[in-house]
Design a protein around this ligand. Structure first.
Ligand SMILES: Cc1cc2nc3c(=O)[nH]c(=O)nc-3n(C[C@H](O)[C@H](O)[C@H](O)COP(=O)(O)O)c2cc1C
Length: 455
């Protein structure tokens, strides 16, 4: 379907050569400050014609907001937005009237619907992703404003060229040897922890490792000069995601993430955390041991799980990789067959990306934001519903989340039916002060047994 999400629901519309493409977003929280610029910035990172490394199709991709906000503030009503298709050249596709492009979607769309758009990829074209990127920018604005969540994607591989140690270098030579190189080097893990969008955008490849970026450029130019194409990998990290997101069993966080990511055109592989490499590491080395964080809550010492356990986020950074194939449309002649089976040779015309990963970066960020946004609204709805019930007192402590001293007060307060009009903000303020004092309370509590021991 063309709709994604449950509570933050995005429907995209449009084909590559129709009047416009765009999205309708239902479920955006009211009261979010939003300007067209918040959206345009990501559309500009996605648009074609940005550099020699992408298709020269020249689209400005200006966003037109139609509804759902007034005076720069969202109303909670559906947001409709569109982008006009301007630089269309349908005649570029005349040879594909008789030839389905190998490894593109022409044949399968026709098999499925019995009819297809007359030129270009129609719905399968990357122009469809404009609606996703625009909707993702809105979700991202909310996530950043309300939770400080950051979503950063970057190009980590093009063809066989990788950011050092971003992919495992070799399989272990001795199958009985448990010494396996870490799935990700320390250097790459540091990059994941610190990389910024500014660093990513410093090079047209969107690879934040300058020396690797130069080699990637040469590889993409070589593909272009030989009328060919090449694939690559986008890595993404999501920081400051609260624990508790994800809906077992079928909508586990990583399942929805994989679903969203593999819905992006040209994707062929998805790995989260240690991924396939983790399968070679014994549990004794792969387990993420728990540690107490500075705020008194549990965290993990390592993060091979990629921030998700049991399909639920654990509060650590979420990181994953997405493999993009080499684009299908190439102007090099390929032996293939026409729709009626007649053998022939196709050298596709048209303006195409020799490698999609530099432009895929904002699309990956958008889909990641949509997943987190939807899961966050679902979990917040559940938490709000539960907070209206009296505290649990009848169950053994092993069954209930050990509440910290101040959380007791929160539960206690939430058990009272307070009129929401003016009393709740005051209670919230009181509780936030207590929350800030929580580490102090915990420290004092942890000193009590020590004091007894000394006595
Ligand atoms: C940003 C981006 C740009 C793309 N540009 C092209 C392109 O210029 N030519 C092409 O054949 N495919 C391109 N694709 C991929 C096709 O849309 C995709 O391969 C095609 O619809 C078939 O779908 P599938 O690869 O998911 O099976 C692009 C994909 C993305 C994400």
């Amino acid at each position: 379907m063309s709709t994604y999400g449950h509570l933050f629901r995005v429907t995209t519309f449009g084909e590559s050569h129709c009047a416009s493409v765009g999205a309708i977003i239902d479920g955006c929280p009211p009261g979010l400050t939003l300007s067209p610029e918040d959206i345009q910035i990501q559309l500009d990172r996605r648009r074609p014609g940005q550099s020699d490394l992408t298709t020269p199709r020249n689209e400005k991709d200006r966003v037109h907001l139609q509804s759902g906000l007034e005076l720069g503030v969202t109303l909670g009503t559906p947001i409709a937005l569109l982008v006009k298709n301007e630089d269309q050249r349908p005649h570029d596709y005349s040879e594909t009237d008789s030839y389905p492009r190998p490894s593109h979607a022409d044949y399968t769309y026709l098999e499925k619907y019995g009819v297809k758009a007359s030129s270009g990829g129609g719905r399968s074209s990357a122009r469809e992703t404009i609606g996703r990127v625009a909707a993702g920018a809105i979700a991202e604005k909310y996530l950043k404003t309300a939770f400080g969540i950051e979503v950063i994607a970057f190009v980590s591989s093009v063809g066989k060229i990788n950011i050092p140690s971003s992919v495992p270098s070799s399989l272990p030579s001795n199958e009985d040897d448990d010494e396996v190189e870490d799935a990700l080097s320390e250097e790459f893990r540091n990059l994941l922890a610190t990389v910024t969008r500014e660093q990513v955008d410093q090079h047209p490849t969107r690879c934040p490792h300058p020396e690797t970026a130069e080699r990637m450029t040469k590889r993409i130019i070589r593909a272009k000069d030989t009328s060919d194409s090449i694939g690559g990998i986008v890595t993404c990290v999501i920081r400051n995601v609260p624990s508790g997101l994800g809906e077992p069993c079928f909508d586990k966080f990583e399942a929805t993430l994989a679903h969203a990511m593999l819905s992006i055109p040209a994707t062929k592989a998805f790995e989260i955390g240690s991924g396939f490499r983790g399968t070679q590491v014994p549990g004794s080395k792969h387990n993420d041991a728990f540690v107490r964080r500075d705020d008194g809550r549990l965290g993990t010492k390592t993060n091979w799980s990629g921030g998700v356990q049991g399909g639920i986020t654990n509060g650590e950074d979420i990181y994953f990789r997405l493999g993009f194939k080499s684009p299908a449309t190439i102007s090099q002649a390929q032996d293939t067959a026409q729709y009626d089976g007649t053998p022939g040779s196709l050298a596709a015309r048209g303006r195409h990306d020799p490698c999609v990963v530099p432009r895929a970066v904002p699309i990956v960020e958008a889909m990641a934001s949509l997943v987190v946004m939807d899961q966050l609204l679902i979990q917040n709805a559940r938490k709000t519903a539960a907070s209206l019930l009296p505290p649990i007192t009848t169950l053994p402590p092993t069954m209930v989340m050990p509440v910290l001293t101040v959380d007791f007060l929160f539960l206690f307060a939430s058990a009272f039916p307070i009129a929401p009009s003016f009393a709740v903000p005051a209670v919230d303020f009181f509780l936030s002060i207590l929350f800030l004092l929580e580490p102090l309370v915990l420290l004092t509590a942890s000193l009590i047994p020590f004091a007894f021991h000394v006595c």
